[in-house]
Ligand binder design. Structure first.
Ligand SMILES: *Cc1c(COP(=O)(O)O)cnc(C)c1O
Length: 394
C-alpha cells in the first residue's frame, strides 16, 4: 500500500501499538525494549499513569483558550520551571525548534537594543538546533542545510569544545551578541565537552556582555543526572531552551530567560497559538512532579553509570570501540567505522537504539528503566556489537 505521508523520514519496518515503561509492543504484539525513548522524549517511559491522569483530568475541564487570556496551569508550570532552573521567566512553544527560534529572536533584539544593527550568534560545528529556517541555519550539519539556501544569516560557526576558537570569533567580530550551544551534542554524536567548558563560556559571556544560550532540548529534564545539564557546572545561562521530555510525548517547548535576557521580549514581539496551552502544561506539570516523586534524576545518574561501566567492561578487549562516553542516561558508544546497520540488527533482537554521526551508537533509555531491563539492554547490545565488529567492520 502506498503511503500518503510526505517521505521526510526513512522509517524502520515496525509500527508500535502500545507501551508500558521501557517496553513497547508492535501491531503483532511483539515486545521491544526501548533504549531511545522516542529520542529523549519519553523520559518517564510509556503510558506513565501520572501523565495519563493529568491529561485526562485537564481534557474534562478545558483544552485551549488563548494566550490573550490568563492560563493558570501555564503560570504554575512557569513557577515550577523557574524554581528548578534558577531562571527568571519562560516563553512556551510547541517544539524544540520553536523554543530556539524564540532564543534567536531574543538574542537579535538584545543586540538591536545595544545599537548592533546586524547581530550575530556564535554557534558550533556538529550542532543541532532544529529544522525551521533559522534553526537549520544555526545547525552545524551540511545535510540539514542541503537544498535550503539562502540560509538565515547572523551565525558565526566555531568548533565545539574549543574555547580559544570562541575567543577568536569574539575578537574578530564586533556584532557578536550571544553564544548558542548544547551542553552535550546529541545529534552530533553524544559529544561531551571538557568539564569546565560551560564555565569558560559563562566567563566569556560575562566579560563581553554576550548572552549565554544553552540548548537543553535533549539534555534537559533529568536526562544527564541533573534536572538541567548546566547544573553539573554550578553556572546559570542567560537563556535556556527545553522541549522533548518536558511533556513526555505531549508537544511542548520552552525558552527560559534570566536577568537582562528576561526583559527583552515584550508584548507583540513573539507569540504562538498553541504555545503553553492547558493540555500541554498540565502534562508538563505532571512530568516535573513525577521526576521528583520517583527520584528519577538521581536514578539517571546511577543507571547511566551502571550501563556505561558494564559495556566498558564487556567490550574492553574490542579494538573497534573508540570510546564509551556518557552523562547520566545519555550514552554514546563510538565505533571506528560507520555502523548505522546496527539499528536494524538491534530491531531484529527487539531492542530500540539509534546511531548518530555515522559511528556512534546512541542510547537514551527512559529514566524508569528497571534492573532487569538494564541487564537485557547490556547483554543484547554487547553481544550485538561483538558480533557486528567481528564480521561486518573488518
Ligand atoms: C531535538 C532537538 C531540537 C529540535 O527539537 P524539535 O522539537 O524537533 O523541533 C533542537 N535542539 C536539540 C539539541 C535537539 O536534540
Amino acid at each position: 500500500m502506498t503511503s500518503h505521508i510526505m517521505p521526510t523520514y526513512q522509517r524502520l519496518p515496525v509500527t508500535f501499538a502500545r507501551g508500558q515503561g521501557a517496553w513497547l509492543w508492535d501491531d503483532n504484539n511483539n515486545r521491544y525494549l526501548d533504549a531511545l525513548s522516542g529520542i529523549a522524549v519519553c523520559n518517564l517511559g510509556h503510558a506513565h499513569p501520572a501523565v495519563h491522569k493529568a491529561i485526562c483530568a485537564q481534557s474534562e475541564k478545558l483544552l485551549h483558550t488563548s494566550n490573550i487570556y490568563g492560563i493558570a496551569v501555564q503560570e504554575q508550570l512557569a513557577d515550577k520551571l523557574i524554581e528548578k532552573s534558577g531562571m527568571d521567566n519562560v516563553f512556551f512553544s510547541n517544539s524544540g525548534a520553536e523554543a530556539n527560534e524564540a532564543a534567536i529572536k531574543l538574542a537579535r533584539k538584545y543586540g538591536h537594543e545595544r545599537g548592533i544593527d546586524s547581530p550575530a550568534i556564535i554557534v558550533m560545528e556538529k550542532s543541532f538546533h532544529g529544522r525551521t529556517m533559522a534553526t537549520l541555519s544555526a545547525t552545524g550539519n551540511a545535510k540539514v542545510q542541503q537544498g535550503f539556501a539562502p540560509l538565515v544569516t547572523g551565525f558565526v560557526r566555531v568548533p565545539y569544545n574549543d574555547i580559544p576558537a570562541i575567543e577568536q570569533a569574539i575578537s574578530d567580530n564586533n556584532n557578536i551578541v550571544a553564544i548558542l550551544v548544547e551542553p552535550i551534542q546529541g545529534e552530533g554524536g553524544v559529544n561531551i565537552p571538557a568539564d569546565d567548558y560551560l564555565n569558560q563560556i559563562r566567563a566569556l559571556c560575562d566579560e563581553h556582555e554576550l548572552l549565554m544560550m544553552l540548548d537543553e532540548i535533549q539534555t534537559g529534564i533529568g536526562r544527564t543526572g541533573e534536572f538541567l545539564c548546566f547544573q553539573h557546572n554550578g553556572i546559570i545561562p542567560d537563556v535556556c531552551t527545553l522541549a522533548k521530555a518536558l511533556g513526555n510525548g505531549v508537544p511542548i517547548g520552552a525558552c527560559l530567560a534570566r536577568g537582562k535576557a528576561a526583559t527583552i521580549l515584550t508584548a507583540g514581539n513573539h507569540g504562538s497559538t498553541f504555545g503553553g496551552n492547558l493540555l500541554a502544561c498540565s502534562a508538563a506539570l505532571a512530568v516535573l512532579a513525577t521526576l521528583d516523586a520517583e527520584n528519577l534524576i538521581e536514578q539517571a545518574e546511577l543507571k547511566g553509570q551502571q550501563i556505561a561501566k558494564a559495556l566498558s567492561r564487556i567490550l574492553q578487549k574490542n579494538t573497534h570501540i573508540v570510546d564509551i562516553r556518557h552523562k547520566g542516561l545519555m550514552i554514546g558508544i563510538e565505533l571506528d567505522k560507520p555502523c548505522a546497520e546496527l539499528v536494524t540488527l538491534a530491531l531484529h533482537k527487539r531492542l530500540l537504539i539509534n546511531v548518530t554521526n555515522e559511528k556512534t551508537i546512541r542510547l537514551l533509555p527512559p529514566l524508569v528503566i528497571d534492573a532487569e531491563q538494564i541487564q537485557q539492554l547490556i547483554d543484547t547490545l554487547a553481544a550485538l556489537i561483538q558480533e557486528y565488529t567481528r564480521s561486518a567492520v573488518n
